[in-house]
Design a protein. Structure first.
Length: 428
């Protein structure tokens, strides 16, 4: 029987009584934390109950360094243990940003063989080319409450009132957050309904919870102060847009709007990527641009989601936000005999404090890049992290396009994705 970190020595008689009540339906698994008075002991009880009831072995899930006394109510409910995902590292990756400057090693958590090796070859090409130049174009987390009014006339009056009273609404938002700041209200009207897309600066936090709590206070201020009929239908009206593929975030941005670029000399393309710039460029415009357009895709890229998801899992980001954070464009141009390549991520939602970033392994992964915790000044670490993510995405995109141009994709997956030759990574 494996015990979690911080788990008190189990009291066999009491534990058996609890398991018996669970089996009889007299106690629910969600009440165990209160009944046992310790969340680590409650996790043990849940696990034992499931093992006995379902005839399964959960010893690997039980093996964890996590202390559920710290996490229940913040990061998890009804815990039974933890799962592990392999973490690899790519680097050194040279980044020439405003906030991230220097060489970085970037952790990637994935179960996809060949991904880390693939990105690492792109990293080598980018670094040998002088590094990735990165800029954060916009920065703001959005929450869009949906408001009901009786008519379009009232909807228009409400929007006019909001514009005239934006400072008042900014003060209302400030009552609920010390670190967030309402910077813009973007109104949308459909019939008699109004969406107010509120955009916040959120420091080093990704900021979704911060924006939600502040927007709730803003809605209360509107309902209490607006001299007309208005009612908040839903605090989130789906025009934020959170965790759904959409065009709005691509146009207006959400989180960090980031662009990373590099100029790959012909020599580097041939020696490292094994493909000439002309072939890489043609694959990009025919696959990523025309192919995506023919499929009516919202994203025009090779596999941005692969890199974003791997970094998100390693660093404790909200994994569901890979949906919009991986929307983006990969662009190439021929410059003489060299290759210009860029990636644009209009909705990269990342943070270095809050949420899963406080978990011990994820915090270590952030520390690896020098971005764990709050920055000085606040917001610096999240901006630095966003630049590193974009540069890593650039490397991953470059290598996959080049691998396709050189005809290497299937061979790489055969060697690495299927557990083939162990020296294949070295050859990459």
């Amino acid at each position: 029987m494996t015990r979690e970190r911080g788990e008190p020595a189990p009291q066999p008689q009491r534990l058996e009584e609890v398991l018996e009540k669970l089996d009889k339906g007299e106690l629910s698994i969600s009440r165990l934390d209160r009944v046992l008075g310790n969340s680590n002991l409650a996790a043990l009880a849940r696990r034992l109950y499931l093992e006995r009831r379902l005839g399964v072995n959960l010893s690997s899930i039980a093996s964890t360094i996590l202390d559920f006394e710290e996490l229940v109510g913040r990061n998890i409910e009804n815990p039974i243990g933890a799962v592990q995902i392999p973490v690899g590292v790519v680097g050194p990756l040279r980044v020439e940003g405003v906030y991230a400057k220097g060489d970085f090693y970037v952790p990637l958590a994935t179960t996809e063989g060949a991904l880390v090796a693939s990105v690492n070859r792109g990293v080598k090409a980018v670094t040998l080319s002088g590094g990735a130049r990165v800029r954060v174009i916009r920065d703001g987390m959005a929450r869009a409450p949906l408001l009901w009014t009786p008519s379009v006339e009232e909807a228009v009056r409400l929007v006019e009132w909001v514009r005239e009273n934006e400072e008042r609404l900014r003060e209302a938002a400030g009552r609920k957050t010390r670190h967030g700041r309402l910077v813009e209200v973007q109104p949308f009207i459909v019939g008699n309904l109004v969406w107010l897309r509120m955009v916040y600066k959120t420091g080093d936090a990704m900021g979704m919870n911060m924006a939600t709590i502040a927007s709730d206070e803003v809605c209360r201020e509107i309902e209490g102060s607006y001299p007309g009929r208005v009612e908040c239908v839903a605090l989130s009206g789906n025009m934020c847009v959170d965790k759904k593929p959409n065009c709005l975030n691509k146009i207006l941005g959400r989180g960090k709007y980031v662009v990373a670029e590099a100029l790959i000399p012909r020599r580097v393309a041939l020696e490292v990527l094994k493909a000439p710039p002309e072939a890489i460029h043609y694959v990009n415009i025919s696959k990523n641009l025309l192919g995506s357009a023919a499929a009516c895709s919202l994203s025009f890229n090779a596999h941005i989601a692969n890199i974003v998801a791997a970094i998100f899992l390693a660093t404790g980001q909200d994994a569901a936000q890979v949906v919009e954070s991986s929307m983006g464009y990969t662009w190439t141009e021929l410059r003489g005999g060299d290759l210009y390549v860029s990636v644009t991520l209009p909705s990269l939602e990342v943070g270095t404090v809050g949420g899963g970033t406080r978990l011990p392994t994820q915090r270590e992964a952030l520390s690896l890049m020098g971005v764990a915790g709050g920055g000085d000044p606040p917001g610096l670490n999240a901006l630095k992290f966003a630049e590193i993510v974009a540069a890593t995405v650039l490397a991953g995109e470059l290598n996959l396009i080049a691998a396709l141009a050189a005809g290497h994709l299937a061979r790489a997956h055969e060697a690495l994705g299927r557990g083939g030759a162990r020296d294949a990574q070295g050859r990459a």
